[in-house]
Design a protein around this ligand. Structure first.
Ligand code: IVH
Length: 716
């Protein structure tokens, strides 16, 4: 067959398309494997691209061809079973530390005396660069091609993460430039930016998985994945700053080699500079420290390295660290102050969060007046597993240590018991919501069977604090995204006596309540005729939100963007979702089985959905809201497909697809797949060997087709 770039004019039949699609998918998967895992491309780029385009074109004509794990959308290759070990030919060492300026001067003096430099001779020159807080990686290139990527491990032996490293866009598969060496091991740091770290944790939360404590852990967890597609989905980054085996060095200085790395296609840190004296080193340190908060990624110090490689060779190593380098660490960002009060904030899901009000104190150059106390257990001195993390509890009036790490929210870390007043009392965590006075309870996690660390207000929408936070969420960027209606405006409207907005529906009645002449709003602080008109137009514009955004905007617990999209795709309409969840209260119902079976929707999500719809306030709120807005199905596909909204049962042997594939295909096309035939069933797809279900179908008058009939039905 020639390689057509688009679907040819004579449209293939559904069956032809399926056969061709299957063959193409297999070829592309093999090519992905070869490229990502082996780096032995079996297709040239143009052919690969043409095949992918053809695949996508077929899927456009026959959406049913898109598999759950569509090759057209897959990145990277399948997981390997375990990490192999790789011995570093040149060990990966660590660095000595300096904390005070004097220790830097001592380091420079040690270098000078080791090299026997006379007092009147200046130098040597050093490089100074940020110490990236990630994990180090050694990349081996042979004849310019990446052959191995290994983690540091114990310094002698690391883990083979080659397929993972190949998914990092900032790691070249091939070195560029005219003079590519035979062998070059480039080393550097894999790390995650703050925004990407937040995104990853958000998705972890949505999936009910535990969150990463910091960007470094998240980077390590993302790189060391047996399933390479997980690594590929995480936006890992890489700075090159060192090397291992490199028989022919491309320069005679540290800075020169790093410059060469840039020409080879790596990113190097732009803050690296060459310094001629201790004063210059310290000046660079201050400059980097000043930029720390705005870099967008974590650094924990500045590394100084002797620039001249001949001098580095003379200096050599002492135990496991080079004599020619040192890490000048940033001071822990700690400060001591008085805990003046503990206030409880109530969040969108009712979580009661204790906030420490502090006597203002400077921590790492920033004035801090509030810090988190996490939860009730943390105040008492225990972590989420119930382990003791502090010798004492935290009390109002205590002298406390506050820590600010990177740009995360400061937290109260420790208590100075010697300064505690004799009459101080343990803090009593409220068991009622401070805003609406409903009970505040600690739920039992159905999965772990343990008590949740978070105490939650049970008031739901009755609670003004929850209601306001939910409103903010409803209009937020990833939900309804109403221009000109941010947190500030929601707070304003929520409290406004003339035009109160207490629930989502009331956003959409603002304009009519205000009257056509904008009489109430336009004279208020911050609103002019024009801005009010603009706001009303933006609100009007959102009366037909995409279903996934609408579901996400409701702020149901555990329903983040991903789950909202899954549900929107699966059910097609809000009504379908609602009735399915309501019916799911009966654990034996087909609706419940269907809900449980949705890939990616776990028991926590199912529980949260059922709770939400079981709550009368929510139903009432929804009724009012749905009188104002009409959510739009996510994909038109579902509604135009002949099986959209139909209940389908598969039985017997299927030849062209697995049962899972069949189910996924039907669901993507908007059908519901049931396990047994009842009077509600619309269609039975029966392969050879079908038994009792055929009889049931006959009994209930259900249409029966075979697998070929199914393809003809959904393919055209
Ligand atoms: S140089 C032989 N430069 O710090 C010395 N290390 O404490 C090779 N690190 O394992 C390391 N940023 O993971 C060097 N700009 C930088 C660095 C850096 C971060 C890490 C690296 C190393 C650890 C040593």
């Amino acid at each position: 067959m020639t390689e057509p770039e688009t679907v040819p004019p004579e449209k293939p039949t559904a069956r032809q398309a399926r056969a061709e699609h299957k063959a193409l998918a297999a070829e592309i998967a093999a090519a992905n494997d070869a490229y990502f895992r082996e780096d032995q491309p079996i297709l040239d780029d143009a052919t690969y691209d043409a095949k992918r385009r053809r695949l996508v074109a077929l899927e456009e004509v026959y959406p049913a061809l898109k598999g759950a794990e569509a090759v057209s959308e897959a990145v990277g290759a399948k997981p390997s079973s375990k990490f192999a070990k790789i011995r570093h030919r040149v060990p990966m060492l660590s660095l000595g530390n300096a904390f005070a300026d004097e220790e830097v001067a001592e380091f420079v003096q040690r270098v000078r005396s080791f090299l026997g430099m006379k007092p009147e001779v200046a130098g040597p020159a050093f490089t100074a660069e940020p110490k990236i807080d990630g994990l180090s990686l050694s990349l081996r290139y042979e004849k310019g091609a990446l052959v191995h990527a290994a983690t540091r491990g114990d310094g002698e032996e690391g883990e083979d993460v080659t397929p993972n490293a190949r998914t990092i866009s900032e790691i070249p598969h091939h070195l560029s430039g005219a003079e590519v060496p035979e062998i070059a091991e480039v080393r550097g740091e894999v790390y995650l930016g703050h925004a990407d770290f937040a995104g990853i944790n958000e998705r972890q939360r949505e999936k009910g998985l535990s969150e990463f404590a910091n960007p470094r852990n998240a980077a390590a967890g993302s790189l060391r994945q047996l399933d390479v597609s997980i690594t590929a989905a995480r936006p890992l980054r890489f700075f090159a700053y060192a090397w291992g085996e490199m028989p022919v060095l491309p320069a005679q200085t540290q800075s020169g080699v790093v410059e060469t790395f840039k020409r080879w296609g790596f990113l190097t840190n732009p803050l690296m500079a060459r310094c001629e004296s201790v004063d210059e080193l310290l000046a660079r340190y201050r400059l980097i420290e000043a930029q720390r908060a705005t870099l967008g990624y974590d650094i924990d110090g500045v590394v100084y390295k002797v620039d001249d490689l001949a001098l580095q060779a003379r200096l050599g190593f002492v135990s496991r660290a080079p004599r020619w380098a040192i890490a000048h660490k940033f001071p822990a960002e700690l400060a001591t102050t008085i805990l003046e009060n503990i206030e409880i904030q109530v969040g969108r899901t009712g979580a009661l969060s204790p906030v420490a009000r502090l006597k203002p104190v400077t921590v790492g150059g920033v004035v801090v007046t509030n810090a988190t106390l996490h939860n009730e257990d943390y105040i008492r001195g225990f972590d989420s597993k119930g382990e003791t993390i502090r010798e004492s509890d935290i009390r109002i009036g205590d002298t406390v240590t506050v820590k600010r790490a990177g740009d995360v929210i400061p937290r109260v870390e420790a208590v100075d018991l010697s300064k505690r007043a004799a009459d101080s009392q343990p803090y009593v965590f409220p068991t009622v919501c401070p805003i609406c006075h409903s009970d505040a309870v600690r739920e039992h996690n159905p999965r772990s069977g343990k008590e949740d660390a978070v105490r939650r207000c049970t008031g739901g929408l009755i609670c003004p604090a929850q209601a306001m936070e939910r409103l903010k969420h409803f209009v937020s960027r990833d939900a309804l995204d109403i221009d000109g209606l941010g947190d500030k405006q929601i707070e304003f409207f929520h409290a406004d006596p003339d035009l109160p907005v207490k629930e989502p529906a009331e956003i959409f009645t603002l304009a009519t309540r205000d009257g056509t002449n904008l009489k109430k709003l336009k004279d208020k602080e911050g609103f002019g005729t024009q801005s009010v008109a603009k706001l009303f137009a933006a609100i009007e514009d959102r009366r037909t939100p995409p279903l996934n955004r609408f579901i996400f905007g409701l702020g149901i617990r555990h329903i983040g963007e991903t789950n909202a999209r899954l549900l929107a795709r699966h059910y097609g309409s809000f009504e379908a979702l609602r009735s399915a969840v309501v019916a799911s209260a009966d654990a034996a119902s087909p609706e419940r089985q269907e809900l449980d079976a949705i890939d990616g929707v776990g028991p926590t999500v199912v529980e949260a959905l059922m709770q939400f719809f079981a709550e009368a306030h929510n139903e009432e709120m929804l009724e009012r809201l749905l009188a104002q807005v009409t959510p739009q199905p996510l994909e038109a596909v579902a509604s135009i497909s002949p099986v959209a909204g139909k209940i389908v049962v598969f039985t017997g042997a299927l030849e062209q697809m697995t049962r899972d594939e069949a189910k996924a295909m039907a669901e993507r096309l908007g059908a519901k797949v049931a396990g047994s035939v009842s009077s509600k069933t619309d269609l039975l797809v029966a392969g050879p060997g079908a038994g009792s279900k055929l009889k049931d179908a006959a009994k209930h008058g259900v249409q029966v087709i075979d697998e070929a009939g199914w393809f003809d039905l959904v393919g055209t």
